[in-house]
Design a protein around this ligand. Structure first.
Ligand code: UDP
Length: 417
């Protein structure tokens, strides 16, 4: 049976895989621990799910743990998330105390692993205080920020910064997100995995079965947004846009999403979306379980246009997923969407429901342009946003952090077994 790395070689070529093996060589047996706050739902879990097994296959002792908390903890971290993305949020002392105490409890549970790891990657603000409790750490700690912190609500950033500043380094998705800190700052945009259930090629039959199951018509264009039900994803704006398009051409809208276990606002937003959609038979709201990867894959492939009308977006893996499937993407002109949706090349960036509707109508009128953009989209992801590029940058960062002060670093290409 082919190894995971051999399977990737079919997509990206042998040279790319050899390069990964070379970079991983000095890291063999190293203990690397990733910590975030959910195993399913949202982009971070999606990435770790694939990155950790690949690191293992390269001989690195990579592990992934989550921190857990009660309702107050998640309420606090959701408020932090919203504040770091620019909302004015006041967070009570009680919630902040819960946040710190929950991290302390999680630290006690994970202490031996955290102390002995050569590298600890802490993802996003939820587990950021863990470092504070680790007095006798062996390895280096890196904070990985996945959200758009370009214009944070200052009081909340100042509070979080006190935890972040003690890390050995931090990683950001875009240069515009970076906040001044006195440690090395790295830029690494996220990626998708072409071999995951979410992204592998699917038989045509599976795609048409999907449409039948959900009562979605085959012969009317399908516009799709896949997202957690979160106000920053602007699902209401998507429905407004759909209505503006529908005044001129027949079209169906699919809003697919579910909750993440660390996101307490999802149900409320979903209720608002359902109420706003009313009983329009051409709006399909698909509430999906967190492991519905193949369903989302089929939906993205069945769609004519992917929309991601976010008003704030850390990166937007759903955009990458749509592009990879050869679909033009209409994306909100914000955050990581700017890195992915090149105007007129693989889609359009928009600032309003009206702008989105205009671009969708244009594309539906020009199927040839839609097809050409779809091809560009796939190539763009192949060259820039696959997991192999992501892993290469992680490995380079780790080698630099661990061996950067040495005069030479031995990067040997191991003999293929
Ligand atoms: N996703 C999913 N089920 C859902 C909603 C989203 O599997 O109901 C996936 C989606 O396909 C993507 C990730 O979760 O891979 C969302 O990542 P993104 O960066 O777009 O947004 P985030 O949720 O991290 O803000």
């Amino acid at each position: 049976m082919e190894s995971l790395l051999e399977q990737y070689a079919h997509v990206v070529g042998n040279d790319v895989i050899d390069h990964l093996r070379q970079l991983a060589y000095p890291l063999k047996g190293m203990k690397i621990l990733h910590i975030n706050s959910t195993k399913e739902g949202g982009g971070v879990a999606e990435i770790l799910n694939r990155l950790v097994p690949l690191k293992k296959e390269l001989g690195i002792d990579a592990q992934w743990e989550i921190i857990t908390g009660n309702r107050d903890f998640y309420q606090c971290t959701k408020k932090m998330h919203n504040a770091l993305q620019g909302n004015q949020e006041s967070i009570s002392d009680y919630l902040l105390k819960t946040y710190e105490e929950t991290n302390h409890e999680n630290y006690e549970r994970l202490a031996s692993r955290l102390k002995e790891a050569d590298l600890v990657f802490i993802h996003d603000p939820q587990p950021a205080p863990l470092l504070r409790f680790c007095n006798d750490k062996k390895g280096k700690w890196i904070w990985r920020c996945h959200i758009d912190v370009s214009h944070p609500y200052r009081p909340v950033w100042k509070y979080i910064r006190e935890f972040i500043k003690d890390y050995n380094a931090s990683i950001w998705s875009l240069s515009t997100f970076v906040q001044p800190l006195n440690h090395p700052l790295y830029l690494i945009p996220p990626s998708i995995d072409p071999l995951s259930e979410k992204n592998i090629d699917l038989p045509e039959k599976e795609i048409s079965d999907f449409l039948q199951t959900w009562n979605i018509k085959k012969d009317i264009p399908i516009i799709t947004q896949v997202s957690r039900f979160d106000r920053f994803k602007d699902p209401i704006g998507v429905i407004q846009c759909y209505r503006l398009v529908k005044n001129y051409v027949p079209v169906q809208l699919v809003l697919a999403g579910g909750g993440a276990s660390d996101d307490p606002e999802g149900q409320q937003v979903l209720d608002e979306v359902r109420a706003f959609a009313g009983d329009d038979p051409d709006i399909h709201i698909l509430e999906l379980p967190p492991d519905a990867h193949r369903t989302i894959n089929a939906l993205q492939r069945a769609s004519d246009i992917i929309i991601q009308k976010s008003i704030k977006e850390g990166f937007g893996l759903t955009v990458t997923e749509g592009l990879w499937k050869g679909k033009p993407v209409i994306g909100g002109d914000t955050g990581g969407i700017r890195l992915q949706v090149m105007n007129h090349h693989c889609g359009f960036r928009v600032n309003s429901p009206e702008g989105a509707a205009l671009r969708i109508r244009y594309l539906l009128r020009h199927p040839d342009i839609m097809e050409a953009m779809g091809k560009n989209a796939h190539t763009f992801v192949l060259e820039n946003f696959l997991i192999t590029r992501h892993l290469r940058e992680y490995l380079t960062l780790i080698v630099a952090l661990l061996y950067g002060s040495e005069e030479t670093i031995e990067l040997t290409l191991p003999v293929h077994e």
